[in-house]
Design a protein around this ligand. Sequence first.
Ligand code: GLY
Ligand code: MN
Ligand code: MN
Length: 346
Amino acid sequence: MNGRCKKLARTLREDEAFFVTSPANVFYLSGFSGEGMLLIAPDEAVLITDFRYIEDAQTRAEGFAVEDIARGIWQIVPEHIHTFYIEEEHMTVAQLRKYGRPGLRLADGGGKAIGALRLFKEPGEVEKITKAADIATAAFERVIDLMKAGVSERELALEFEYQVKRAGASGVSFDTIVASGPNSSMPHASVSSRTLQQGDFVTMDFGCVYEGYCSDMTRTVAIGSVSGEQKRVYDTVLKAQLAALDAVKSGASCAAVDAVARGIITDAGYGDAFGHALGHGVGVQIHEEPRLSARSAQTLGDGMVVTVEPGIYLAGKFGVRIEDLVVVNGEKAVNLSHFTKELLIL
Ligand code: GLY
Ligand code: MN
Ligand code: MN
């Protein structure tokens, strides 16, 4: 059994097991990214998959016995197991029906227990996230060279995706956002065929996946020139972002860090135009715990990897978001986003 599974198994009684079906948790616990599920009992860890993946699973899933689902799930699950801890946030009704059987108790809490481990990244995980961030930053540098009036959002997004894959990423960590001109007021605008124009703000939000781990970063740049209002909004977001980064410390409450950025943006008169949370955890998924939001009850701790991404969005006009990815580390977070935040006018 590998170390992560051992930590989970320690919490179990003899007749209990974790039954893990979400792809993110299957990957996190086993290193296997094909279709399959895990059974983690006090003294055994089993990966259940099908013929297509057996060989791959045997190579990747360190510390797991690999079983073929063709044997029948109830042939594989040891008879003395009477409780499955499931990921209630993930399991579908169909799966519940399929994996329910008389005498087996399905209990909530599997997702929470695994989530508690995933919150704190091990050094090897931080290395992969760092590599993903470096690949994405280098690709963004190439994209910046192409940004000028007349180039479409789609061309820029495609160039980014080509560059990250060329550099060894398995893909993007979410649909790349290139939001130009009035599109930039939509925080998660979809890429369009709109071409950049003089005076546009362009918000590009991007990331890639390296060995299963995600990166996430956003920059807003200007094409040709900026108005006084654009400059004022940019400076406000930057001030909020820098102050919030400064507040990211081990032991700080997530809500308090959100409040630092929100306070600056509200004082500048744009409180209503910052309608999303300040940030989120990043790991095997692009959005994971903890949440840096006003409603969060979580506290930051060493080894958490989070984004800090305030924004101001003025519908029909323009928007600005600046996002860095950082590792919580005592009093001063380690910033993984190495690209200038001075306002670039291209
Ligand atoms: N890319 C999505 C986000 O920044 O949360
Ligand atoms: Mn992002
Ligand atoms: Mn983000």
